[in-house]
Design a protein around this ligand. Structure first.
Ligand code: SF4
Ligand code: SF4
Length: 602
């Protein structure tokens, strides 16, 4: 990447740069489901003038919206995290056959190291499997440039394009030169062409041939376009790399010859062969799977890769250098910092629910969301968690597998956004197939885990417009659930009563815990009471600590301290509530049978 002049230079994250690139490419329609590390792309794109951006209920719908816009001759963007690509895979594999009218780009943001994901998944496999070309930027400047380019190439080759980023690219900032928006060449409007757009088998068979021809044309492009480039260096070591791994290679081996692949698929065979012939030792450096390495080896070239570079987690220059040289690099000892295990926020409504489920010894089939943190001590409140929307189907499966043995024990727990994403079909399955499971919808009125995005139950769109707000009670009844009960999860006694009754019920039931996420601005603006522990009354029994609220702290005593405080010498400490953290949720006072927790006066 050439160094840009200072004119129009701004610092952008990779996600901001993709949003800007889409705007400059003339994209008019964008649809996504939020998912770290991709979320900020749509949040930023939505702020540009003259564009339409939306949160879809899931990634499959998001891609379908983009396909419709493309068919109408408008450039369209759909973004998602890696696991979202699995959800969207069905339309993705077929839009590869239909091709596009307006340029269509799908951003797949992978999360090596699983900073906030349930698996490490390499989306480059999707490019190969779906026969969709993929660009892979190495910094923010390329994120913008490659996004613009992907739209041009999408129309030129009549194909959707993937743009793959990873967490480091998505969230790290870099200097970017802004450009002006272009007017795309395709004229918006409906052009009827069923042979291209209606994938009946007779049409799909013809389109498959075109897809294969297109891939050949794209290989030619990959060989010569310059998006894949050789950076000559020493003959001793030649490295083939791409994406963020390119940065680590340049840092670790500034003297090496490098073949930087900006196009992750299809790969330029001749270019790779020619490069290999110029170096004595060929090494492939890539994060996650040996995607490039396998293709290099399939060309009959001798190369090293995953025998030196880890297949799990993120890379960095040290890992790359040590892997290739085999020499350990001395580092200064890391600073010792106090551990900070992940936890639900103080005042989180989910805490009360999981405390109750724990008390009821329920087997909890969980889902993807903030509430997954309840699996950790002290709540230890989850027994299974697979993927978005899986909690309900899995609970039903447990009940069907164990019959009477499971009855009265199993619940599914799922967030509001996740229920609408892909949980609703599981509930339909329970009703249709005469299951008995109890489903708990945690309605905190936002998509909280990705940083508070609107969803179809919040009454507001991504671009801030008021809209219809889904009523979960009416929705569940419409599906056929006769027993639907909203509860306030901060009122743990009432929640326990309803849950005891519903878990025992021999019919499908839904309990909806209704309380807003504590991080929502409206909630935070409320004037709230906080709570305190009266030192004279606290006997240090730790019953309140079982909630795991970060605002409840433990003050240890020595026997002398205890004596001074007028306590029994056996008391080892007492609790204290941090007034800056307490959210006033009122979950802990009922747990103290000594009535030591009270509302703070001032
Ligand atoms: S505040 Fe109450 S529940 Fe908490 S440790 Fe003290 S006595 Fe026990
Ligand atoms: S009231 Fe108790 S449980 Fe709720 S935030 Fe305050 S300390 Fe935590």
């Amino acid at each position: 990447m050439s160094v840009p002049s200072r004119e129009n230079l701004v610092l952008l994250s990779g996600n901001e740069a993709v949003a800007r690139g889409a705007f400059e490419a003339g994209v008019k329609v964008a649809s996504a489901y939020p998912g770290t590390p991709s979320t900020e792309i749509l949040e930023n794109f939505a702020n540009y003038e003259g564009v339409y951006a939306e949160w879809a209920p899931n990634e499959k719908v998001a891609v379908e919206v983009a396909i419709g816009a493309s068919m109408a001759g408008v450039r369209a963007l759909s973004t998602m995290k890696h696991v979202g690509v699995n959800v969207a895979a069905d339309p993705i594999f077929t839009v590869s056959y239909t091709g596009v009218r307006g340029g269509l780009v799908i951003v797949a943001a992978d999360d090596p190291e699983m900073h906030s994901s349930q698996n490490e998944q390499d989306s480059r496999h999707y490019a190969v499997a779906a026969k969709i070309p993929m660009l892979e930027p190495s910094d923010s400047a390329e994120a913008l440039a490659f996004t613009r380019l992907a739209f041009e190439l999408s129309e030129r080759f009549d194909t959707p394009f993937f743009l793959r980023s990873t967490t480091r690219i998505a969230h790290a900032k870099g200097a970017v030169k802004l450009g002006l928006p272009v007017v795309p060449p395709v004229v918006p409007g409906i052009v009827r062409d069923p042979a291209k757009w209606v994938m009946l088998p007779m049409n799909a068979k013809r389109r498959h041939v075109l897809v294969e021809e297109r891939t050949q044309a794209l290989v030619e492009y990959a060989e010569t376009s310059g998006i894949n480039r050789v950076e000559p260096g020493s003959r001793e070591l030649g490295i083939v790399t791409g994406g963020v791994a390119y940065q680590y290679v340049k840092d670790a081996f500034p003297e090496a010859s490098v073949l930087k692949l900006g196009m992750a698929w299809p790969l330029p065979e001749k270019l790779i062969r020619d490069f290999a012939s110029t170096v004595d030792r060929l090494v492939v450096v890539e994060e996650l799977d040996p995607h490039i390495e396998q293709h290099v080896k399939a060309l009959g070239l001798e190369a090293q890769g995953k025998d030196l570079i880890p297949i799990c987690g993120e890379l960095d220059p040290k890992i790359v250098r040590e892997g290739i040289t085999g020499v350990k690099t001395a580092l200064r000892a890391p600073e010792t910092v106090p551990g900070r295990p992940p936890n639900l926020c103080p005042g989180c409504p989910h805490r009360g629910l999981f405390f109750v489920l724990n008390k009821l010894k329920a087997v909890v089939s969980g889902d993807i969301g903030c509430y997954t943190l309840a699996a950790l001590p002290p709540l230890n409140g989850m027994d299974l968690c697979v993927c978005m929307g899986a909690s309900i189907g899995a609970a039903h499966g447990i009940e069907k597998a164990l019959g009477k043995e499971a009855h009265g024990k199993v619940v599914a727990v799922i967030g509001d956004s996740t229920f609408l994403h892909s949980g609703i079909t599981g509930l339909i399955d329970i009703v249709y197939n005469r299951g008995n499971s109890t489903v708990i919808i945690l309605d905190n009125h936002i998509t909280a885990m990705t940083g508070a995005q609107e969803n179809p139950s919040t009454g507001k769109t991504l671009q801030g417009e008021k809209t219809h707000e889904i009523d979960f009670v009416a929705l569940c009844r419409a599906i056929g659930v006769e027993h639907v009960y909203p509860v306030n999860p901060h009122d743990m006694a009432a929640t326990e009563e309803v849950l005891r009754r519903e878990i025992a019920r021999e019919a499908p039931s839904v309990v909806i815990t209704q309380a807003p996420c504590v991080l929502l601005p409206d909630h935070r603006r409320r004037v709230k009471h906080v709570y305190e522990v009266l030192p004279d009354l606290c006997v240090g029994c730790k019953a309140c600590s079982k909630l795991g609220c970060p605002a409840i702290e433990w003050v240890p005593f020595t026997p002398e301290d205890a004596a001074l405080a007028g306590k029994k010498p056996t008391q080892q400490g007492m609790t204290r509530i941090n007034p800056l953290m307490c959210d006033g949720c009122n979950q802990c006072p009922p747990l103290c049978k000594f009535k030591a927790i009270v509302g703070k006066k001032s």
